[in-house]
Ligand binder design. Structure first.
Ligand code: NAD
Ligand code: UDP
Length: 310
């Protein structure tokens, strides 16, 4: 059994990761300042005696008593709408929060996992994106608070590995969806689900021909745990390569919900990436991991949660 700190524990991915680690027999310490998280995401975790929770902003000094075997840093603003609303908090959690959590991992001699993002590739000029693609990010652009904080975070992780010999993992996560996403976080699947379930028009931004590749949450959590348990200290893409246009996604959501909602086309947010699809050959060959849940199935499994939120 290991003792593991999870930052961003009240969030979508963090709470599912806590549950999976607790099921695996680990002791889990969750930490979150709840800027975008929801405490009810931790209802299952609180049932375990091996779970404890600290409300704390990880951009401030972090004290955890006792040993730690791993520090998993998931805290961030993660939805484009939220990080546009909170650009400075986003930069601080990617930079200062990563620094504080790395310092803690060094102090405890713990393995460190950083949740990076497909956004380090920006608006990619190659598709799919392999890990050695260096990206196309505008450092002064409207999404740069997120993209650059994650790129800086990766760099800081690299420096702690090189300078202090810290045992590190870097997951580049691609669009993930499922229960426990905030219905109001502005990401495309919560928006489309809410709209389809309430009979409002689905809001497709731009012409809807931009693409994303959507991974169901259980697959993502399996991938993150496989990466943690590996010894790969280089970045690894984790995502589902099933690439769809946003128009296709809208059709699938309408179909699985059985909704009569129409579609309204709205202005495309500035610098919205045109394509995004992970090359997962590294994860497949080195972790023996690949996603299993098809888009339709994952959306169907998510409907009861989104209905309850409404
Ligand atoms: P989320 O918003 O649901 O969860 C993030 C959590 O971090 C929230 O509970 C929030 O309150 C917390 N947090 C933010 N700033 C904090 C701070 N300073 N101190 C303490 N807690 C803080 O997001 P998510 O979708 O679960 O994403 C988790 C991680 O995965 C993030 O680092 C995100 O960048 C990354 N990621 C997610 C996706 C995705 O599709 N979900 C894609 C790429 C990368
Ligand atoms: N999008 C959309 N309608 C919405 C919300 C998002 O068409 O109501 C589009 C958005 O412009 C982007 C894609 O869906 O092209 C995915 O957006 P999301 O905010 O989920 O995440 P991103 O991949 O941009 O980080």
């Amino acid at each position: 059994m290991s003792r593991i700190l999870v930052t961003g524990a009240a969030g979508f991915l963090g709470s599912h990761l806590c549950d999976q680690l607790l099921e695996g027999g680990h002791e889990v310490i969750g930490m979150d300042n709840r800027v975008s998280g929801q405490t009810e995401n931790l209802d299952d975790a609180f049932e375990h005696s091996a779970f404890s929770f600290y409300e704390h902003d990880v951009t401030e000094f972090i004290h955890v008593a006792g040993d730690l075997d791993a520090v998993l840093h998931l805290a961030s603003l993660a939805s484009p709408v939220f990080y546009r609303d909170y650009p400075i908090k986003t930069l601080k959690v990617g930079a200062l929060g990563t620094h504080k959590t790395l310092g803690l991992a060094k102090e405890k001699d713990a393995t460190y996992l950083f949740t990076s993002t497909s956004e380090v590739y920006g608006d990619p000029e190659v598709n799919p994106q392999p890990e050695d693609y260096r990206g196309n990010v505008d450092p002064y652009g409207p999404r740069s608070c997120y993209d650059e904080s994650k790129r800086y975070g990766e760099s800081l992780v690299r420096a702690y590995r090189d300078k202090h010999g810290l045992d590190v993992r870097v997951a580049r996560i691609f669009n993930t969806y499922g229960p426990r996403m905030r219905i109001d976080d502005g990401r495309v699947i919560p928006n489309f689900m809410r709209q389809a379930l309430t009979g409002e028009d689905l809001t497709v931004y731009g012409d809807g021909e931009q693409t994303r590749s959507f991974c169901y949450v259980s697959d993502m959590i399996d991938g993150l745990v496989a990466l943690l348990e590996s010894d790969i200290e280089e970045p690894v893409n984790i995502g589902n390569p099933d690439e769809r246009t946003i128009n296709e996604l809208a059709e699938v959501v309408l179909d699985v919900v059985g909704s009569n909602s129409g579609i309204t086309y709205e202005e495309l947010p500035p610098q919205d990436p045109e394509v995004r699809r992970p090359d997962i050959s590294k994860a497949t060959s080195e972790l023996g991991w690949k996603p299993e849940i098809p888009l339709r199935e994952g959306l169907i499994d998510s409907i009861p949660y989104f209905k309850k939120q409404i």
